[in-house]
Design a protein around this ligand. Sequence first.
Ligand code: GLN
Length: 472
Amino acid sequence: MSALDTAAQVRAGQRCALDVVEESLAAIESRNADLNAVLLVTADAARAAAASIDRRVAAGEPVGPLAGVPLVVKDNTCTRGLPTTCGSRILNGWRPPYDATVVRRLADAGAVIVGKANMDEFAMGSSTENSAFGPTRHPIDPDRVPGGSSGGSAVAVATGMVPVALGSDTGGSIRQPASFCGVVGVKPTYGRVSRLGLVAYASSLDQIGPMATNVADAAAVLEAIAGHDPGDSTSIPEPCPPIGAHLGDGVDGVRVGVVAELMGDGIDPAVAARVLAAAEVLAAAGADVVEVAIPALRSALSAYYIIAPAEASSNLSRFDGVRFGLRVPASTTPEMYERTRSEGFGAEVKRRIMLGTYALSAGYYDAYYATAQKVRTLVLDGFAAAYRDAHVLLSPVAPTTAFRLGENTEDPLTMYLNDVCTIPTNLAGHPAMSVPFGHAEGLPVGVQVLAPALAEIDMFRTAAVLEAGGAE
Ligand code: GLN
């Protein structure tokens, strides 16, 4: 059952929120040992929250658009008094003293957090294999990855543990696991959703967003968490528009651009074929499909793998054994820093800290970081030109379907290439989403719908048409 239907029944008193939450907890109990999607189950707090919603329904009080809807949040999202690990050993024992804004807003909307989802350490990765707590497995084939870094959230939704979840997306971490697992995943416009209480990876790129089994539920969760937050200086002042109200608008007269640079080299032909099939569905619904070229996208991946590690090297300097979590004692303070960081961080996080520190160092700053920033501007200009010809763009989400566990772990470059289709929108700050659109070789494939900044309505109405026409 969809999250919206569940909430409607809870509000109408036809179903108890407590029963809904018990079902979700039972599903986690039966599937999580094999899948490792959820790191922490918050059963007691969830039961208490659900019981309070049921009491309010009985008393005729308002309970919110997501009343009684169980969900998991990625474990880089602060939950007051509850472990928040970021998939890392370095935060061992840390309990944030406050809730992320999204957590507060979900509670206000009546949603009930039942757990914290597994993830690549500090959201660095594309497979959830970089979690210090073991990999999450693909829901259809346990020898494959679910994608990442929000792999736990994707699997929790795909297997029915919860109808909706939150992930975070710095370079594709919501959309790529959504594509691999056959669920909807949305990266909102940068600033649409508050980052207060999201542990920072690359602050100029990070954005929280929903994952769901269907487009309408994703829209409802986005509306619940979006909107201005004075606690986040990058938060957009305008309120979030009513996205759900426009899902039936169709695409008659909408110009859809298929991104040429993301359809050729390196993209599995079976995946590209799904994008072309999606374009046909949109054309049949009255859209005007054109091909657009954005040459700057060829350099986007390289720019991202300078900018994101550079920001990460700065953001992660706070994990020093003094202020948060793990401390490995030593006789001097510098030694304590070194031992804590050596033992606390995994290999990929260390690689990024070193890459970023190098790119920002005085002798190389201009050659790497400054150049990458210029590329970022070219990517923005390229999108601006494309959006003069098209209202929304279409592309693959990832070059392939879900790959095998261990297949890319020895070769970081191959792993990074997975992000080639998703990274450009993060550099631009635009919204983009993955919509399930059939299968290739028996595995789910998502199609990516991209839109200009703040154009979530156009993105979602296009996604709704794809969802309706998505069966093979
Ligand atoms: N896979 C990309 C990376 O490793 C993106 C991760 C993300 O979006 N958090 O950086």
